[in-house]
Design a protein around this ligand. Structure first.
Ligand code: AFP
Length: 314
């Protein structure tokens, strides 16, 4: 037990994973990605932000930082020796490393989500989803771990291996030390909401949901970065993020494999909920890296309200 006034004991990520009896290979994998993030944060702070002259699968302009971040993580994953298959948002290809080894892990990741925000000096993040075995196209609920790293004023890492959600912060030695253990969402009315997509393209159900949130006193908090926006909902313990189905985009914007799967896993692990508006994200089974879905994610009460509005009005 810690004595009153004593300096808290700093527990680093590797030690925490070991002390909680996590699988040795999974510990290695999480720590490799944590190590990779140290190079990414350095590239964000000092890097050349010019265009690389290539575009990703979705035709979006690609910053050099995207390419660099992808390479940094991929190299670490390959070096780990515990990876069977790699899918990155920055590449159209699935890289089969050792697909028949059921003891290894498959990793789907977005190396630098919201990278266009670097130009305007807003927060960005890395998002990672981990499965056992050699296939990333598995039912979402079969994830064995997920994590994100938020590159904001501070760099933080949030992960779950199915035993709660824990936050680590990078210290001056670039080590991740425990900041919050077992983060839990509360279940009251949303205090904050992060609504993606243009409001005049919302369905009647989503519009009704937004109006009810506002009538209930929820404050608008939207940065345009999925990682910081989700992190805010999680750290405030209450609130909801949505990127709904739109009149001209029935599947919304966000990708199931790289964005929704890992965040749904984390938020459910923290006692929240994640829905397409018509069912749990964890019940999805992506078949392609291009799959997208609408998302309502955060406190249970708000997500249930979103589902009710959509069931009633579409
Ligand atoms: P980029 O990676 O293209 O910047 O997209 C970021 C993102 O996928 C996600 O991080 C945000 O939540 C969402 O898009 C923001 O989309 P809008 O710009 O349409 O609000």
């Amino acid at each position: 037990m810690q004595l009153p006034g004593a300096t808290p004991l700093h527990i680093d990520l590797r030690r925490y994973l070991r002390e909680h009896d996590e699988d040795r290979d999974l510990t290695r994998l999480i720590c490799e990605i944590a190590d990779a993030s140290k190079y990414i944060i350095n590239a964000i702070r000092t890097g050349d932000l010019g265009m690389a002259g290539t575009s990703n699968l979705y035709g979006e302009a690609q910053l050099e930082l995207d390419v660099l971040s992808d390479r940094i993580i991929r190299k670490r994953l390959l070096h780990s020796g515990v990876v069977a298959c790699i899918a990155s948002e920055e590449s159209g290809e699935i890289q089969q490393v050792d697909p028949d080894d059921e003891h290894k892990y498959s990793v789907a990741y977005d190396p630098l989500d919201g990278s266009s925000l670097v130009d305007v000096n807003l927060a960005v993040g890395t998002i990672v989803s981990i499965y056992k075995g050699g296939d990333v196209f598995r039912p979402v609920r079969e994830q064995v771990a997920s994590m994100y790293i938020l590159y904001g004023p501070r760099t933080t890492l949030v992960y779950s291996t199915g035993r709660g959600v824990h936050e680590f912060a990078m210290n001056s030695l670039m080590e991740y030390t425990l900041n919050h253990e077992n983060l839990r969402m509360t279940n009251g009315a949303a205090k904050i909401y992060s609504p993606g997509g243009q409001r005049n393209k919302y369905s009647a159900g989503t519009e009704s949901f937004a109006q009810q949130l506002e009538a209930g006193g929820a404050k608008l908090r939207y940065s345009g970065g999925f990682v910081p926006d989700i992190n805010q909902v999680l750290m405030k313990r209450n609130g909801v993020f949505m990127y709904p189905h739109l009149k001209d985009a029935p599947d919304g914007k966000l990708r199931v494999l790289y964005e929704l799967n890992p965040m749904a896993y984390l938020i459910e692990q923290a006692g929240g909920a994640a829905s397409t508006g018509r069912g749990r994200i964890l019940d999805l089974h992506p078949k392609s890296i291009e799959d997208r879905a609408p998302v309502f994610i955060g406190s249970k009460q708000s997500v249930t309200l979103a589902e009710k509005c959509i069931a009633e009005a579409g």
